[in-house]
Design a protein around this ligand. Structure first.
Ligand SMILES: *Cc1c(COP(=O)(O)O)cnc(C)c1O
Length: 218
């Protein structure tokens, strides 16, 4: 299977306004290079160690996104290069990202992760908590972090009505916040199983793994 061909095929079906994050977690560098040769430049990983290793080994014009849950004590390993952090869900984490970005003389773009799914296990903030963090990010001392949008994962269910409802709740929140804050430009929702519903609900960044790279064996 050619990942490059999959990417080209996939792109044909998705508006150019939607950023495709190719989720390459657990996949070898050769597959990433196959996608790269087809023009893909944005890749997502969910483990700090893998992200750092792939950054070292692969072309420097790749934009690396951290899409998984990020532990505070690991921020330092990706702070020099990570282009977007999708899963920010606490003040403690945002503080650490700000601090590490400052020592790297960078302004780190981040997305706040909202809890929109029914499942208890998924990480994320409530809408009220996200408003609080967003307000804090605009106060003195947070000059090295910039909230550029929101990320959310819908419930893993066959009930598309449920999924649509969850995506639309986040989309509504995104639109409200965007009216008050010009930095807010990114709504990251949608994976292999639900990206069409996510885009219909207003997503402009999708995170696609298995559809492009094949199923993962852990
Ligand atoms: C793995 C992962 C994806 C991609 O999932 P697929 O179903 O393989 O497309 C998207 N977002 C996050 C946060 C992930 O961990």
């Amino acid at each position: 299977m050619s990942v490059g061909k999959n990417i080209l095929e996939f792109r044909k079906g998705v508006s150019e306004e939607v950023t495709l994050v190719a989720v390459s977690k657990t996949k070898p560098n050769e597959m990433i290079m196959d996608a790269y040769d087809a023009g893909q430049r944005v890749f997502g990983e969910n483990k700090v160690q893998d992200l750092a290793a792939k950054y070292e080994a692969l072309p420097k014009d790749i934009e690396w996104h951290m899409i998984g849950h990020l532990q505070t004590n690991k921020v330092k390993y990706i702070a020099p290069f990570v282009s977007l952090i999708h899963g920010v869900d606490s003040l403690k984490l945002m503080k650490e990202i700000n601090k590490r970005a400052r020592s790297n003389e960078r302004v780190q773009d981040i997305l706040l992760q909202l809890h929109i799914a029914e499942e208890e296990t998924k990480f994320g903030l409530s809408f009220e908590e996200a408003k609080g963090l967003l307000a804090t990010s605009l106060t003195d001392g947070f000059e090295n972090v910039r909230v550029v949008g929101f990320m959310g994962m819908a419930t893993n269910t066959d009930d598309s009505g449920q999924v649509v409802k969850e995506f639309e709740s986040l989309s509504t929140f995104y639109n409200e916040q965007q009216h008050q804050n010009n930095n807010i430009q990114i709504l990251s929702m949608g994976m292999s199983g639900d990206f069409e519903l996510a885009i219909a609900a207003g997503s402009n960044m999708i995170r696609i793994g298995s559809t492009l790279f094949g199923a993962r064996n852990y």
